[in-house]
Structures are given as C-alpha cells and as structure tokens.
Ligand binder design. Sequence first.
Ligand code: ZN
Length: 244
Amino acid sequence: MRIAILADIHANLTAFEAVLADAAQQGGVNEFWCLGDVVGYGPDPHECIALLQKVCKVCVAGNHDRAAAGKIDTSDFNPRAAEANEWTAQQLTPSDVKYLSNLPLTIEKGEFTLAHGSPRDPIWEYLFSVTEAAENLTAFSTPYCFVGHTHQPLVFTFGRLKEGGVTKLEHESEVVLAEKRLILNPGGIGQPRDGDPRASYGIYDSSIRTFTLYRVAYDIEAVQERMQAHGLPAMLIARLGVGR
Ligand code: ZN
C-alpha cells in the first residue's frame, strides 16, 4: 500500500495539481491522506475542496478550514490571514462549508494518528521543537503520527527512553518506520515556509515501511497573478516566491 501524505494545500490549485501529477510519476499511490488547511491564503478555495473530495477520503481539519467555515473566529489570526480568510469564506458554496465543518480533528489509521497541528491541540499547536513534540507522545496511542501546520518538512524521533531528535527532511529524504516513535510532517503544499518555494509532500510505502519526502516545482507566478487579481494581501503573494 502506498499513501500520499498531503498537508496545507491552502487553496493553491496549481501546487496541488503538480503534487498529484508527481505522485503518479513516482509510481502512483493507493490512497491520499490530508492533514488539513485545505483553504486559506490562496486563490482557489472552492477548486481545491472539489479536487480533494475527488481524490482523498481521509482528511482532518486545520485552523483555516475551521475559520473559513465560520466554526472559529479569526481573532487569533494575524491581520493578513484574517483578511484572506474573509475573502475565502465568500468563495465557498454551502456544500464546501458543510464539507469543511464536518472534518474531524484527528483520525487514526492503523499505525498512524493524523492531526493538523498536534495530537493534543489539533487546531492550534505548532510543533517546531523536540520538547513540544515529546510532550505530545502521551496524546496519541499509535506508534506514529502525521502533523502539518508549520509548513516545514520534519521528523521527530523518539527512542525508548524518550530521548528525542528532530531532522529536517529534504527532497527524496527517506525515513524508515521501525521501533522508534515518530512524528512526521510532510511540509506544506500550497505555502512552504522552509525557504524552498517548491510544494512539499510525502509518500508512505507500507511494503518497505518507508516515508519519502518529495519537493515539486510548480508555476508560482500563475498563482501569484490570480492572488493579485483577487486583491489578496501583497505579503501573502510575495512569500510564495521565497517559500517563507
Ligand atoms: Zn497552514
């Protein structure tokens, strides 16, 4: 079984389509799992929901999904994210809103727990440090966990004595799933923030128990032009080009 792990599509249809094409080129996958933030920031919220519904049956909610559906308010968002959220909410059909509203906070699939931010605080917590990641080990009971939200491809590794480490994942980095507990982040598709503007995602292959990270180039300028045409905040347009 091969599963593509997607996170933080952020209404960027061009990046999303490039990732789907890349997954097919890497030998194809049997399933897609999505870690939330389907919408927010980007120019194509409705189109991304429609495409995701077509290819992916397993998806948890992110903070932007909840906000766009009117389930949480945006007082904790920065002003530009709040502005983009307001625009996003106006683009959604009633069935889009229903889809986003019904996304669960966490999902367990076999050996994996899926959450947007973290297992203990799925909507809001950012996992950057080993300390924060270690505090989450008691919040999920499967050996492995997938998270998104930071838009940075990382793996947190924990040995039996809970001694932990964190490694940044590069294009074609491979992580073997063995006895150590892991929290894996596939990076962000629609708005990378690790200094590499290419879309980021991963494929888990259960036959070799290996997660492989991939970076995918896409037409960033085409997305920036659509954002401009919709009057989305300039800072959000610029950051796509630098991946920060
Ligand atoms: Zn996000």
